[in-house]
Design a protein around this ligand. Structure first.
Ligand code: ADP
Ligand code: MG
Length: 683
């Protein structure tokens, strides 16, 4: 089903706008987006309140005022530097309207002597006389009420005046269709939300300054729409994955036994429970779509390996996909020797593997000579074929989008999927127990002013044989500057500790990166200075100290991930969070959370509370397009209602065919979740 006709006008491009030429259309596209609907979604971020209408005599300096005046006299500046003044009056006093750089006679035409005009702008005072530089509005008296309003102010771009942008938005709003309601009637009633088109008009035409606030019912309604469309899309993708016929995988357990017997440790209770759930799903003839949720260091990799062995026992293949090159190699390094000992062949395939070696690896995967493949997104790029892929495991799913995940499952028939991560909307197995013998990580924080003391302490730790991570700050959103900070710090530390210090960052060639990681793991490097490339998955059990510079710039969950790099062996570990001054109240509160708990689930909750839900809701982890109307700080409480509502609707009307169902389809198109609509019958 193509986009419904009722939405055509909203998805037209900007050339439809009257009185706005191609040059401004380009700028509007830059500020808001290429379509009419983008202008509708482009919400004001502040207002100018023009309702204040004092007599000139008592008009306070600095305020915006709208005043009805009579034009008395024009006093052109004479030369270029002196301003052009127009003297006006009301019953109370005279005032000057001041214009700079006037060319031509437009001021004369705008303000004819002897006539009444309504003007609006900021009041200034000069030697006790009121003046108004460049009034923003000058209209005839009859039009006065149209400017004496609360005027929305929009985010714009250089060269695009508010007035022009507003004209475009007003035209877009004029064409809003009436859409059948998709929100459940009782919810609408309880929340007293306006209809969609009314909500759109309200947020763009505030009657009061508070009308543009995120907690206004009209704003909440629109945010809810966006969340609901997102939840519907996720549920549809999920339902279709489940519906697709799966295959029953029940291995004889021989490989699993062999591997488990050879391990130097026993699986934890949590690992065994998760495996039982996963094996149950794999045995069913529907597709598995399960989330393996486990804190850092809880041993997700072992669970993944055992699940893969179950598939291999059935004569099928399994693949493990990681978000980064380092992590893929890490998984390969831990899995391959164990699998080889059990008589299996594991291939690694990343963007870096090229030429003949890559060809051969691909061939072995295609022929089935390799039972297990490990890699990055290079794995799902076209060209890599499997003989019989039955299980896909995706590590740290937040780095991948739903669609990438799916394109890999399409490489086999009825493929089972296991996603390893912290958040999600799938069936969940939890690893809520750490392997035995783990000691708590002693965490502290300290101002970066005490860097010298920290370095002295590092010297002591190194003498005692410690391996230390030193993570450098996120300077900006730029990899380049992260890198400079890391290299600078490494240089400082090298002056003191020489060859024992090495640096690793995202810009390094993969081979160089590996060499450094390897030297840190088993060799001569004891102090590893890193950008956040070590964020995920690196496993160096001998590392016991983690130092994080400018810890206040990291998210709590990120700090937790980083800290999880130590405390993996049986030795005492420590984590030191260095903060820059001045540090905010919240910043300090967050560091305290890190000091006081090691529970990743608790930390994630605190993170939400202290920082807002941006990351959890946003694109970073879901791989879905950014939210346009949802304000993560303000609207996170709507999420669970939207999720329940989406589930209920799909339970009752799985193909969205009823009246509300059809309305919900429109909603999906409205938010351009067209991809999800494709999964519906008759679509
Ligand atoms: P994560 O859940 O963060 O991916 P890993 O799978 O990398 O954790 O496991 C962390 C470390 O714990 C690895 O060195 C792994 O060998 C070890 N490990 C996993 N399971 C157990 C267990 N049951 N007992 C002891 N050590 C374990
Ligand atoms: Mg891991």
């Amino acid at each position: 089903m193509p986009r419904p006709e009722i939405l055509f006008a909203l998805f037209a491009d900007l050339s439809r706008l009257k009185g706005i030429g191609p040059r401004y259309a380009k700028l509007i596209e830059k500020a808001a987006g290429p379509k009419i609907i983008d202008l509708c979604w482009h919400l004001p971020t502040s207002v100018v309140d023009r309702r204040f209408s004092p007599p000139i005599a008592s008009a306070p300096e600095g305020r915006i005022a709208t005043i009805t005046v009579t034009v008395l006299e024009h006093r052109p500046g004479g030369n270029r530097r002196a301003p052009y003044r127009v003297v006006v009056e009301d019953e109370s006093a005279e005032m000057d309207l001041v214009y700079f750089h006037v060319k031509g006679d437009w001021v004369e035409k705008l303000l004819p002597v002897g006539q009444k005009r309504v003007i609006s702008g900021k009041i200034e005072r000069y030697r006790d006389r009121a003046q108004m530089p460049h009034p923003e509005h000058v209209v005839v008296e009859a039009e006065g009420p149209s400017i004496m309003t609360v005027e929305p102010v929009y985010p714009t771009t250089e060269g695009l005046p508010q007035k022009t942008l507003r004209r475009g938005i007003e035209q877009s709003l004029a064409g809003l269709p009436k859409l059948t309601e998709w929100i459940e009637p009782t919810l609408m009633g309880r929340e007293m939300w306006p209809a969609w088109d009314e909500a759109m008009r309200t947020v763009h035409n505030p009657a009061l300054p508070a009308d543009i606030q995120p907690d206004h019912p009209a704003r909440i309604r629109l945010a809810y729409d966006e969340l609901l469309s997102n939840q519907l899309a996720l549920s549809l993708v999920r339902a279709r994955m489940k519906r697709a016929k799966g295959r029953s995988l029940k291995g004889d357990g021989a490989l699993r036994k062999k591997v488990l017997d050879a391990l130097p440790f026993k699986p934890t209770g949590a690992q065994l429970t998760a495996l039982a759930e996963i094996e149950g799903d794999m045995a069913a003839d529907t597709r598995m779509l399960r989330l393996l949720q486990g804190d850092v260091g809880s041993g997700k990799t072992l669970v993944a390996l055992i699940a893969m062995l179950n598939a291999v026992e059935c004569g099928a293949q399994a693949v493990l996909m990681a978000p980064t090159e380092i992590l893929a190699r890490q998984h390969f390094a831990s899995i391959e020797p164990i699998a080889r000992a059990a008589g299996l062949r594991v291939e690694i395939l990343t963007g870096r593997d090229k030429g003949k070696a890559r060809q051969e690896a691909r061939l072995r995967i295609a022929e089935g000579a390799a039972q297990i493949a490990v890699g990055t997104h290079a794995l799902f790029q076209d060209g890599v074929e499997f003989r019989d892929l039955a299980l896909v495991i995706v590590d740290e799913q937040h780095r991948f989008g739903v669609h990438q995940r799916m394109s890999l499952s399409e490489k086999g028939a009825g493929v089972d999927t296991l996603v390893m991560t912290a958040y999600g909307d799938l069936d969940v197995s939890k690893l809520d127990e750490k392997p035995p013998g783990r000691k708590p990580i002693k965490t502290n924080f300290l101002s970066i002013e005490h860097l010298d003391r920290v370095i002295d302490r590092v010297a002591v730790n190194l003498d005692e044989g410690a391996k230390i991570y030193w993570v450098c700050p996120l300077v900006e959103e730029s990899e380049q500057s992260d890198l400079m900070a890391a290299e600078e710090r490494a240089a400082t530390l090298q002056r003191r500790f020489g060859e024992r210090v090495a640096v690793v960052h995202g810009r390094m060639k993969a081979a160089a990166k590996d060499a450094v990681m390897h030297a840190f793991k088993d060799g001569s490097v004891d102090l590893l200075v890193a950008t956040t490339v070590i964020e995920v998955g690196v496993d160096v059990p001998a590392a016991t100290v983690m130092i994080i510079e400018h810890a206040e710039r990291f998210g709590l969950s990120q700090l937790h991930q980083l800290r999880g790099r130590v405390g993996r062996g049986d030795r005492e570990s420590a984590c030191l969070l260095l903060y820059g001054n001045p540090i905010s109240e919240t910043g300090r509160a967050r560091l305290k959370v890190m000091r006081d708990t090691e529970d990743g689930f608790l930390i994630a909750e605190e993170d939400l509370r202290l920082r807002g839900a941006g990351e959890v809701l946003g694109t970073k982890q879901s791989g879905l397009p950014a939210f346009r109307l949802v304000d993560p700080e303000e609207h996170v409480h709507l999420l669970s209602t939207a999720r329940d509502d989406a589930r209920l609707l799909l339970d009752k009307d799985p193909e969205l065919e009823g009246q509300r169902g059809q309305a919900a389809r429109t909603l999906l198109y409205l938010f351009e979740r067209d991809g999800a609509v494709r999964y519906l019958r008759g679509a």
